[in-house]
Design a binder for this molecule. Structure first.
Ligand code: C2E
Ligand code: MG
Ligand code: MG
Ligand code: MG
Length: 281
């Protein structure tokens, strides 16, 4: 009977939902204590000048190692941290740690830090940035904050105002994962981004000969050029991809071809000795 069938479906489905919710709950509990238990650290991925191959800086990427769950991907725990209202303390720790580290590097090497939309909703955020710069001694020009298009969805103009105040400090902004969200051009004219980061999906598509991906990279590069912004190609994995994005006019490149996200000591050594091209041979 229909009623029994419905029941059957209900019973078969519920335990799975329950497990998911339970996993989430346990993971969230662990996440709540991750900072105080020293389970978080940063890796740093090289960002390279597309033309000269010189090291421009590093992007800080958050890592979480939990004794029970092992290494948890930021793709999984960042959204969880956002839902659990943990992203503000975690984001502040990332910012302070990255600024303190970058202050140890030669002054031409920059640091890029990812910022969640929720962090820009905090009226205190500008103070947090100011304080991270002051206590580390890092000059504002060396810090770049990466935001995604979604910051403009949340609360439109609120975020724009906070970004204005960040720019007033002398900090740079870049637009991360460009092309994957609601790519409205309005905010590109409202907010002074230093750089547009072209998402890896376009780089990958273009290298596989997808005409649309090539056309989009071309268009973004032309748009950025006319707005006086740099373009960073994300996720460059091969020499052929490097040559391709270079030919398309991207000004900076980042990806496994140039270097994976590195532990702090390795990044520091690389920042200090610069790009040793003989090591790649
Ligand atoms: P994202 O900011 O776009 O960072 C780039 C991601 O691409 C990183 O993944 C990086 O490891 C990966 N990647 C770089 N080069 C290559 C490549 O050549 N091939 C491939 N397949 N992947 C490459 P990761 O570290 O897993 O981070 C994922 C996302 O998590 C980041 O994307 C960012 O949105 C978020 N995230 C990471 N750290 C933080 C953080 O401190 N705060 C916030 N709010 N988000 C963060
Ligand atoms: Mg990023
Ligand atoms: Mg990105
Ligand atoms: Mg991306």
């Amino acid at each position: 009977r229909a009623k029994d069938a419905g029941r059957g479906v209900y019973h078969a489905y519920e335990p799975e939902l329950h497990v998911q919710a339970e996993e989430r709950r346990v993971l969230e509990m662990a996440l709540r204590q991750a900072l105080e238990k020293n389970e978080m650290h940063l890796h740093y991925q090289p960002v390279v000048d597309a033309g000269t191959g010189n090291l421009k800086g590093f992007e800080a990427l958050l890592r979480w190692h939990n004794p029970q769950f092992g290494n948890v991907s930021p793709v999984k725990f960042i959204p969880l941290a956002e839902d659990a209202r943990l992203i503000q303390p975690i984001g502040e720790w990332v910012l302070r740690t990255a600024c303190a580290e970058a202050a140890q590097w030669p002054s031409e090497v920059r640091i890029a830090v990812n910022v969640s939309p929720d962090q820009l909703q905090n009226p205190n955020f500008v103070t947090v940035v100011t304080s991270a710069l002051a206590s580390s001694g890092l000059s504002a020009e060396r810090l770049e904050l990466e935001v995604t298009e979604s910051v403009f969805m949340h609360e439109g103009l609120g975020a724009t105002k906070v970004l204005e105040r960040i720019l007033d400090l002398g900090v740079r902004l870049s637009l991360d994962d460009f092309g994957t969200g609601y790519s409205s051009l309005g905010y590109l004219s409202r907010t002074r981004f230093s750089s547009i980061k072209i998402d890896r999906s376009f780089v990958q598509g273009a290298s596989q000969g997808v005409k649309e991906a090539i056309a989009i990279i071309r268009a973004v590069v032309a748009l950025a050029q006319s707005l006086g912004m740099a373009t960073t190609a994300e996720g460059v994995e091969t020499e052929a991809e490097h040559r391709m994005v270079q030919d398309l006019g991207c000004t900076k490149v980042q990806g496994y071809y140039f270097g994976r996200p590195l532990p702090v000591e390795e990044a520091r050594a690389l920042a200090r000795r610069g790009w040793d091209t003989s090591a790649a041979a």
